[in-house]
Design a binder for this molecule. Sequence first.
Ligand SMILES: [Zn+2]
Length: 224
Amino acid sequence: MSGAPSAGQQNGSKSDVTDYIGYMDATDGRPTGQQMSMRDGRTWWFDSGSLSIDFAYTGAMDGPGSETLHAASDLAAWLIGRFPEVADGTSERDLIDARALRGSLARAAIARSRGTEIHSDDVDVINLFAATPDIAPSLLGGTRQAGRSRAKASQALSVMAREAIELFAANPTDRIRQCAADDCELVFYDESRSNNRRWCSMQRCGNRAKVRAHRERTASDSAG
Ligand SMILES: [Zn+2]
């Protein structure tokens, strides 16, 4: 009889399974995280876990940091660090668009971190950017592996808008949270499998909490 599974297949032999062909989608392999500057000049590394929230932190979020995208060239530098295919530079128009999207991403991330609704105007802006062409996914294994094809700044903005839609629409939404420190309002997307990230960064609030816990332990030891 044909069609009956062989003993090998029953035992989990994979000899007849087609090799998986990898592909890259628009957000695959793109680094997240950036250097953040406090108003007093101190800097530290903050990885929000998401391209779109990282982008919001270039100048649209409350708290530490202020505007870092002063000119179209600043936007180009930020984008090229994550989207190397954006090689043609950016225009003043791109900068205006980018700031508009960024403001909506920032307000949406804050709303989500507080468990509140995203304002309909911001939903409209994010949807508008997501509706433009993003950067095409690509199968790996072709003859042109040197790099991705060239893209415009607007395509990179679209990638971030689409990523934001995925994150903000996710259910449950509790992966977008504020740092657990009382005096820190930084918002991140928790990409860990266990969903147990607490701090904006270990170097900053995580460390402060450890030091405080240690001090309290030492105090109670000497008291007892
Ligand atoms: Zn923090």
